[in-house]
Design a protein around this ligand. Structure first.
Ligand SMILES: Cc1cc2nc3c(=O)[nH]c(=O)nc-3n(C[C@H](O)[C@H](O)[C@H](O)COP(=O)(O)OP(=O)(O)OC[C@H]3O[C@@H](n4cnc5c(N)ncnc54)[C@H](O)[C@@H]3O)c2cc1C
Length: 490
């Protein structure tokens, strides 16, 4: 059944059964997680200002509903879903409130996307300190999940580059939070997955750059051990490092990878910074070889999006990169970070969508744990199609996935036939992650269980978070599917 048919059917069913306290069905929408494996029906409101936010909170109280916050909807699972309740889509609160090109301080409303941020500031010589794999996320959503980039071990997470924010509580009160003021809320709302209040404005400290280009190196490593050894040896003298692993490779080749390492250019190294920083130099060209639209590429990927095809794709990708040898080139920041945005690469996953599982494991245990995880997927005949490894460090926020170690982001195609088996696989992977003192990332999650969250966060942290939630949201107005699934029952 196509998406539109599903929406019509669910809306008709809902209208038939709606209780008298129902909100206007005109606001009912199917709200999906980015991976599309999870979706639900909710009343969606798109406020443009503070007064409208207050009205929605009042309406929620009047109708006995909860409110879930949503930015760009790029969390893979159910973090921005609130079935049968209200979803506040923040994307229309998207004004740039202040910009200081002298010191790189930017104040924005929460619905401003990362794309808008860098497009606004790059010609002044400022770039995003933390760039996620997509630029479509909002600043509010990025803060709520405390997102990271390919430089996380070096400069930390998104929250570490936020100077202050305004947080609206469900009572309508607005608190300014920084490291000095309401410091406990500052450290809990960042990473607090929208459960304490709404970010209504945020001030970011951007990163000074002296060129629109990065020095990039691309090369391969024959297995996981060598990949990690490369990371260990080059963390001190790299600005970005990321590895794409082949999850189908086995034995001595297990975890073979293509790596990308990048550096900023020092002042003076680019003879024409004003030109390379120009906006039109930063975007990925919409066509490959000048004629083939990238957005249509997914049609050719569809036949390969199965175990057999993806084994082939991963093998070809690895050997093609190996054949090219150790490449060095200069690439625009926008192209380096956001190539995936130019491809419609979610489409080949089909109707069932995809799930991502991203464990974070301390460095000393990471090779062992990732070996077990990759082997487990292969044993169950459920190897993941795309696998990305990054390096991290701990962060000072209450709900944290940060470790002095590595993460492995793994994408699985979900079908009717494998859904149950996939959930079972994640249960087994949870055991490996916990046994190795690992952590989980709520932005990517759709399968975490309360007992696993308790095991990695610790009871004291969850209790502290609950206390703060009770203080900010005593009536329990802010909820999402993720909150109900993982935290509400403990
Ligand atoms: C292709 C792709 C690549 C990605 N790459 C990375 C990556 O490299 N690194 C990484 O860390 N993540 C990555 N992600 C995950 C993504 O960055 C996070 O899920 C991010 O939180 C999404 O932001 P969003 O604006 O889409 O928010 P949503 O997904 O809509 O919401 C995220 C959370 O923010 C809360 N929220 C939204 N707005 C507000 C607000 N104004 N106030 C308070 N809470 C709010 C929501 O309730 C929800 O809990 C990637 C996602 C995709 C789809």
């Amino acid at each position: 059944m196509v998406y539109e048919e599903l929406e019509t059917m669910m809306m008709a069913e809902w209208e038939q059964n709606a209780p008298s306290s129902a909100l206007s069905p005109a606001h009912l929408e199917v709200v999906p997680g980015w991976g599309e494996a999870y979706k639900g029906l909710a009343y969606v409101y798109r406020p443009v200002n503070i007064a409208q936010l207050r009205q929605v909170f009042q309406m929620a109280k009047d109708h006995g509903r909860t409110v879930g916050l949503r930015g760009g909807g790029n969390s893979y699972g159910d973090a921005a879903l609130n079935d049968e309740n209200i979803v506040l889509d923040m994307r229309r609160m998207n004004r740039i409130l202040a910009w200081e090109p002298g010191n790189g301080r930017l104040t924005v409303e929460p619905g401003v996307t990362l794309q808008r941020v860098w497009e606004y500031t790059v010609e002044d010589g400022w770039w995003l300190p933390v760039a996620t794999g997509t630029m479509k996320i909002t600043v509010g959503g990025g803060a709520a999940m405390n997102v990271h980039g390919k430089n996380a071990w070096k400069i930390g997470t998104f929250g570490e580059h936020i100077a202050e924010f305004d947080l609206m509580l469900p009572s309508g009160e607005i608190l300014t939070c920084s490291r000095e003021q309401n410091s406990d809320l500052f450290h809990a709302a960042i990473g607090g997955f929208g459960m304490l209040g709404i970010f209504t404005s945020l001030t970011l400290q951007l990163k000074r750059v002296y060129s629109g280009l990065l020095e990039v190196e691309g090369f391969t490593r024959p297995n996981l051990h060598e990949t990690m050894a490369y990371f260990d040896d080059h963390l001190h003298n790299s600005d970005y490092l990321v590895a794409w692993l082949d999850a189908f490779s086995k034995g001595k080749a297990l975890g073979r990878s293509e790596l990308h390492r990048a550096h900023y250019l020092r002042p003076g190294a680019d003879p024409h910074p004003a030109q390379t920083l120009r906006l039109d130099q930063q975007h990925v060209p919409p066509e490959i070889m000048g004629f083939f639209p990238r957005s249509a590429l997914w049609r050719f990927q569809v036949p390969f999006w199965n175990n057999f095809g993806m084994r082939f794709v991963n093998t070809v990708k690895y050997y093609a990169a190996r054949r090219k040898g150790h490449l060095k080139y200069r690439e625009a920041h926008g192209v380096y970070h956001f190539l995936l945005d130019s491809l419609d690469w979610k489409k080949p996953f089909g109707k069932g969508g995809l799930i991502q599982y991203q464990p974070f494991i301390p460095a000393q245990n990471a090779e062992k744990a990732f070996t077990e995880i990759l082997q487990l997927g292969q044993k169950h005949d459920l190897p993941n199609f795309l696998t990305v490894m990054k390096r991290h460090k701990p962060d000072p926020f209450l709900i944290s996935y940060g470790v002095d170690g590595y993460s492995l982001a793994m994408d699985w195609k979900v079908t009717k036939g494998n859904r149950e088996r996939l959930v079972q696989l994640t249960r087994e992977m949870d055991e490996i992650v916990l046994a190795n003192n690992g952590r989980f990332y709520l932005a990517k999650d759709s399968v975490l269980r309360p007992e696993v969250a308790c095991a990695y966060l610790g009871e004291a942290t969850i209790t502290r978070f609950r206390e703060l939630k009770q203080r900010c949201d005593p009536d329990g107005i802010l909820e999402t599917n993720l909150w109900r699934r993982v935290f509400s029952g403990n």
